[in-house]
Design a protein around this ligand. Structure first.
Ligand code: SF4
Length: 218
């Protein structure tokens, strides 16, 4: 094992032992997870929960039912998540794709290989890398590592990345040093989010109480 492999695994173990399993992604069905992954762009999870709650209350967390809703009604229901007109359009774009390619059936979608699915998802207007990878990992059970701002901030502050590192390069870091394991990818990302929210704050990292402080270089 290389030094970096040891460190990446040690970071994972330290986070897991501090925070415990995160049970991601919060969502009862793959479709709910997909909608949540789109709604969570640029907003807090509590706002997403309110929007998802509205869709649930109207019995709309179902590809068939949501497909029959007008853009105006969808926008109104997801208003708490912010950027609601844009997000309604993104959800409609996803539904259009789901029906065109898979007859509205997410189980059929799951049968496709990860590379093709990733390519397809990234071709949908409004679905970027993080959203596509969140859908692949958490809704469709494909082994991809999700990268977000917390991932970048923590790995940058620990000297693994430069300022200019791309999404793919950050993802490569984990692919290179971790076994390809769906459960580890699932848990690792969720743990990095917890660490970022609780300790590795944007303005001022709270290193003294952080479970990763021993990994920091002088
Ligand atoms: S808070 Fe400090 S120790 Fe914790 S992840 Fe951020 S830089 Fe590392």
């Amino acid at each position: 094992m290389t030094g970096n492999t040891n460190r990446i695994i040690k970071i994972y173990k330290s986070l897991l032992s501090y925070f415990g399993p995160q049970h991601w992604w919060p969502g009862e069905t793959p479709f709910e997870i997909i909608i949540g992954a789109i709604l969570t762009q640029n907003t807090s999870w509590s706002n997403v929960e309110t929007a998802i709650g509205n869709l649930k209350d109207h019995g709309l967390l179902d590809p068939q039912k949501l497909n029959q809703v007008s853009p105006e009604m969808l926008s109104e229901l997801i208003r708490p998540s912010g950027y609601y007109n844009q997000k309604a359009r993104k959800i409609m774009n996803f539904l259009e794709y789901l029906w065109a390619e898979y007859g509205g059936d997410i189980e059929r979608m799951k049968l496709k290989g990860v590379d093709s699915l990733r390519y397809e998802l990234l071709s949908i207007k409004g679905i970027g890398l993080e959203t596509a990878d969140s859908i692949l990992l958490y809704a469709l059970g494909k082994p991809v590592f999700v990268v977000d701002t917390y991932t970048y901030r923590i790995m940058y502050r620990h000297g693994f990345l430069s300022e200019e590192t791309s999404y793919q390069d950050i993802q490569e870091l984990f692919y290179r040093y971790l076994a390809k394991d769906l459960l580890i990818y699932n848990e690792y990302h969720a743990l990095l989010v917890s660490c970022g929210k609780n300790f590795c704050k944007k303005k001022e990292p709270l290193c003294s109480g952080c479970p990763l402080k021993d990994d920091l270089k002088d």
